[in-house]
Design a protein around this ligand. Structure first.
Ligand code: DAH
Length: 347
């Protein structure tokens, strides 16, 4: 009868333990202590063989019932604890969908890129090709083909970094003029291209100079291209970028690759036919001219049959005028407070 009592006691004791357990690993320990190889129940059952034969099935049956019952409460307890654990976790990780969201910060296109995009869009709409040249150029295309032979004094203003004697960081996007003429099939019609990109010069940086800046080159070559075409082209560009109402003025100038050469000013203020000339604030925006016959000849074009105009503008300068920026270095300082002011519409 001892064994029966012991079994009952074990059952009560373990049931209490299961009831009191707070964690799953505690319950697992209880299971091992009870049913493992050296477990309490296992030990008790070893006593079965010493019982009188007629008691063996009775006690055996009882022991089996107790085992099944305890196994079940262990499983149930584990399940309960598991559920409680997840419920607690769900409660603590609850998401309040009514809270205001956190917007991801989206960057802004650099202001110079925005201006370049506007210029590109304008010219694409007029049937121009956009050609991106390379920042590393040959002396031939950067200078010689632009009518600046080796000892030309105008080279002094465009000193640059030479990688070898004939390979350099380009000083002007004009280098793309000759490359475009070389590639173009003039039997199919005129060449109309712009070429935006970065250029480099040996310069001491200050409020209006940077050793690295941007240009957009423009070139139209065909039959009967005139200075009037150039003027109309530039007027429609400035109208679009700065708005209508800014006057434009052409001044005579000098560039080795154009003849005649002009510099273009636009009025800072809005003017109409009643504005007195002395009230107009002129500001220079670009250089331009009619393509020099030497440049045409070097591209195997007969200057008696073909003519063209070219212009070179600085988007840095355009942006400074458009937004009243007084120091070119702002574009290159990467100061987020400066850059953030130029969010594009829709951003
Ligand atoms: N390449 C000139 C410069 O860097 C700018 C320029 C002037 C380009 C007149 C042109 C032009 O195409 O016709 O100063």
């Amino acid at each position: 009868m001892d064994l029966k009592n012991n079994l009952q006691q074990l059952k009560d004791h373990v049931s209490q333990q299961i009831h009191d357990a707070k964690k799953i690993d505690q319950v697992e320990k209880i299971r091992v202590n009870l049913l493992g190889k050296k477990g309490e129940l296992t030990k008790l059952l070893k006593g079965l063989k010493d019982l009188p034969n007629e008691q063996k099935p009775v006690i055996g049956k009882l022991a089996n019932q107790i085992r099944l019952m305890l196994e079940k409460s262990i499983e149930d307890k584990k399940k309960d604890l598991n559920e409680a654990f997840f419920e607690k976790r769900m409660d603590s990780e609850k998401i309040d969908v009514t809270l205001p969201g956190r917007r991801p910060e989206i960057g802004t296109k650099h202001i110079l890129q925005q201006i370049q995009d506007q210029i590109e869009d304008h010219f694409i709409s007029q049937g121009y090709e956009v050609k991106y040249g390379k920042e590393i150029e040959s002396d031939e295309y950067n200078f010689e083909r632009m009518n600046l032979p080796k000892d030309h004094p105008a080279r002094d203003m465009q000193d640059t970094f030479y990688i070898t004697k004939n390979i350099l960081l380009r000083t002007q996007t004009s280098a793309m003029q000759a490359r475009s003429m070389d590639q173009h099939d003039f039997t199919k019609g005129p060449l109309k291209m712009i070429s935006p990109g970065q250029v480099y010069r040996r310069d001491n940086d200050d409020a209006t100079h940077s050793h690295q800046f941007h240009q957009v080159e423009g070139l139209v070559v065909g039959k009967n291209v005139s200075l009037a075409d150039l003027k109309g082209t530039l007027q429609s560009l400035t109208d679009e970028l700065f708005g209508k109402g800014h006057a434009m003025r052409l001044r005579q100038s000098y560039f080795p690759f154009t003849e005649p050469s002009i510099e273009v000013d636009i009025s800072w203020n809005l003017v109409d036919e009643n504005t007195a000339p002395e009230d107009i604030d002129w500001i220079e925006v670009l250089g331009a001219g009619m393509v020099h016959p030497n440049v045409l000849r070097m591209s195997h074009l007969d200057p008696n049959k073909y003519s063209g105009f070219a212009f070179g503008l600085g988007p840095d300068r355009f942006a400074m005028i458009k937004y009243g920026i007084d120091d070119i270095r702002n574009f290159y300082f990467d100061d987020i407070r400066f850059l953030k002011q130029f969010k594009q519409v829709g951003e």
